[in-house]
Design a protein around this ligand. Structure first.
Ligand SMILES: [Ca+2]
Ligand SMILES: [Ca+2]
Length: 418
């Protein structure tokens, strides 16, 4: 019934490469994974289906025939080296769709539909492929809907204008790792659940490189929970890592550089409870417009901790604290790059780029908050930037007026030390 070659070669032997040489040149330390490798790393199917063995009037038809022949027990669908022009493919559970790292799947110019879709499937992977989007306007990449136990590993995505990798609906237990996305715009990696629910859970996005996505290029995580975003590099894009309505998320050891706007933002939106339990640790953020901010939305944000991050040389602000958070042992350029809008922030052990302590609220630089800080603030009560005695250091809740909020910020931290 299968018009296929059933090979005895193990799938693993078919892969010529060990791992990407494109995006793991500077791997920092390992991170705590959100999912067990055993969940998804066992897709080593015995059956090999080689697309070259199929006939058809188009590459799309040939590849689709091969994908249709994957049996319930699973198979590797192997797309040999070369250029294949195809899109609108549909694949099913148990498919390991793999190329050679020199396998190019190129978008036809006359359509914007996805290259390949998995919907309501599990135990699948997309590995070692080059997806060429040809800059077709409004054309998308790969689409995964309501699926579980999958991985997208060691692929290249180039010139894809919308959502190179789109994961939406109920999805869980998956990894997006070691991919390179170049000149991909409009959220090249996007996880999108549903407002008010965390439909997307248990995922790892790691060791990916996003570069030159200047029109909304970013890693976007919306309405998702229990995920790790680690060791990615986002460079020369519009944003870095964007979240909207997320829970139990770890953002660790990412490198975000030279982005046009926010490096990390924590947006919220109506009809969603907001964001909670977010750990942002050991990231390097430089030369963006703003290092970190909520940016938009007014739903609650709870339990955000930033630890040991380096946020430097960002044009407007390194930290724009318009959300409640705890900042521990971070490095920023200088005190003027920190702006506090939300009073529910705590700072401990932070420094500027030369190692000098930064302690918001400390007027006299003695690294403690006491009457020596409250007194001078009280004397300036009512001052605005047009006042002769104006001192921006006193305006710790940065709203251009020295008032009870600035005094209360210090009073509630009385005797606290750097
Ligand atoms: Ca002081
Ligand atoms: Ca103020």
């Amino acid at each position: 019934m299968f018009s296929v070659v059933l090979s005895t070669i193990r799938a693993a032997e078919l892969e010529p490469c060990s791992s990407s040489n494109l995006c793991n040149s500077a791997r920092p330390q390992r991170f705590v994974d959100s999912i067990s490798k055993d969940d998804v790393f066992t897709m080593d199917y015995e059956i090999i289906i080689n697309v070259s063995d199929y006939d058809g009037e188009s590459d799309t038809e040939r590849i689709q025939k091969a994908l249709d022949d994957v049996p319930p027990e699973g198979a590797t669908v192997f797309l040999p080296k070369g250029v294949w022009e195809a899109c609108n493919l549909t694949a099913k559970s148990g498919t390991r769709f793999t190329g050679t790292n020199e396998t190019i799947l190129r978008r036809p110019f006359n359509t914007t539909v996805h290259f390949i879709k998995f919907e309501n499937e599990s135990r699948f992977s997309i590995v070692n492929m080059i997806f060429e989007g040809q800059n077709v306007s409004e054309a998308t990449g790969i689409l995964i809907l309501n699926s579980s136990q999958f991985q997208i590993i060691n692929n290249t995505f180039a010139d894809i204008s919308v959502n190179a990798v789109r994961i939406t609906g109920f999805c869980e237990n998956f990894r997006i790792e070691d991919n390179k996305l170049t000149r991909c715009d409009i959220a090249p990696i996007i996880l999108f659940g549903s407002p008010g629910e965390r439909l997307i859970t248990n995922f790892t996005i790691a060791h990916n490189l996003l570069i030159n996505g200047t029109d909304n290029g970013k890693i976007g995580i919306a309405f998702a929970a229990d995920g790790t975003i680690a060791n990615n590099t986002v460079k020369d894009c519009e944003y870095g890592i964007a979240t909207r309505g997320v829970s139990q998320i770890v953002i660790i050891s990412n490198h975000i550089e030279n982005c046009l706007s926010y490096a990390i933002y924590l947006g919220t939106q109506p009809a969603d409870p907001g964001s909670t339990n977010i750990e942002i640790t050991q990231n390097y953020i430089a030369d963006c417009s703003v290092g970190i901010s909520r940016w938009y939305g007014s739903q609650p944000i709870h339990n955000v901790t930033l630890t040991e991050n380096t946020l430097v040389y960002n044009e407007e602000w390194d930290i724009y604290a318009d959300f409640p958070a705890t900042f521990i042992n971070n490095t920023i350029t200088s005190a003027v790059k920190l702006r506090i809008i939300n009073a529910n922030v705590e700072f401990k052990g932070n420094t500027n780029a030369t190692g000098h302590p930064i302690m918001p609220g400390d007027m006299n630089d003695d690294l403690r908050i006491d009457m020596k800080d409250i007194g001078p603030t009280a004397i300036l009560f009512g001052c605005t930037p047009s006042s002769e005695k104006w001192n921006p250091l006193a305006d710790i809740i940065a709203d251009n007026i020295i008032d009870m909020k600035d005094i209360a910020f210090r009073a509630t931290r009385f005797w606290s030390e750097w």
